[in-house]
Design a protein around this ligand. Sequence first.
Ligand code: IFM
Length: 448
Amino acid sequence: MARLDFPKDFVWGTATASYQIEGAAKEGGRGPSIWDTFSHTPGKVVGGDTGDVACDSYHRYEEDIALLKKLGVKAYRFSIAWPRIYPQGTGELNQEGLDYYSRVVDALIAAGIEPCATLYHWDLPQALQDQGGWANRSTIDAFVRYAETVFQAFDGKIKQWITFNETWCVSFLSNTLGIHAPGLKDLQLGVTVAHHCLVAHGLTVQKFRALGIKGEIGTTHNLGWCEPYTNSPEDVEAARRSRAWGNEWFMDPTFKGTYPQFLVEWFKTKGAEVPIQPGDMETIAQKIDFIGINFYTGNYGRYKKNEGLFDCEDVQVGFDRTFMDWNVYPEALYKTLKWVHEEYGDTPIYITENGACYDDTLTEDNRIHDELRTAYFRKHFIQCHRLIESGVPLKGYFAWSLLDNFEWAEGYRKRFGIVYTDYETLARHPKDSYYFIQKVIAESGLDA
Ligand code: IFM
């Protein structure tokens, strides 16, 4: 049995997001977000679930931080809810919102855990959506103002900042595929929103530097890996389009200040164009201190006319699948991060999310024997080790998620936590995967 040791300074952590765990939707002066509107619209979320209560972490954050401490993590990635800070998106600041995150941040620091904050994990103030949301360029200014407020409030305490979580989801999943809030179905809208979020990211990084905030700033893209099913030019091109939609469309502007031209042309044939204004691309490509990658799955694709946006059909090749129906394909994590390093250089990489959804059952003695999730983590840790050995600057790993939580359009049925949330009592029960990760962290490695 081989022993895989991780560097002693490797950052082990877990991740969550505000709307998915906090609850207290109407407390502390919080304004409504697009997710309140969406989840309260019949038919949008499985079972009619909403984030009104979620895991109630707004009130139970101390319990959650105790779980993190026992787990042994060095860092905790959470998100700040914009509508708690500016209930209407702009205008009057809500001090109670800042106070809440101050309590969380102070408790983390007291527990010896580095706070890592995401500024935007999808809860756009509804008031801004009413004016066009991210499709309206003025939302960019509102975002930078909000970012400036929290930078100044937490300067010196939060040392790792992420501007956006998964810009692909914010744009295309939400505005082209209509699956997430605000639930719109328009390709041009997706392209426009993606561009505006990227510009907002660049301006926020500029603001961070101009204010001289201490610490590091980056962004998080969700990448996947689509392999061509055969070597035929049609399959190769189809898989390339599909992959580039999630990967290069966001990574190229972030690092190179360009969009992949072949996809720009492809979108044009569908009637969509990027609304680039002078200076935008330079603004987007600000130097960042790290890149966050969320990775869950990969697939095989082959050419099929009129299949989806890219004439690319997903082919089932016999992978095990999670309860989300996502392939378990750990090797794709290796391929993806290798590609990131080769294509975009030596910027430090953090896996800001990775994890698996399974249908857990609570035993009579409150245990959850989640062997499949544990196996998923183990296989991905092995790939992380391989990446580090091969010279990829992988600096940390955040498991998704600390807790079972509100899984967006899928509601509460889909559990990703390493801690089980009992939604009746709101009690938390660590699963076997929690103890597995605890051991890996304590030993700074694992037997493979
Ligand atoms: O729950 C989400 C998270 O909010 C963003 N990344 C993917 C996770 C699982 O779907």
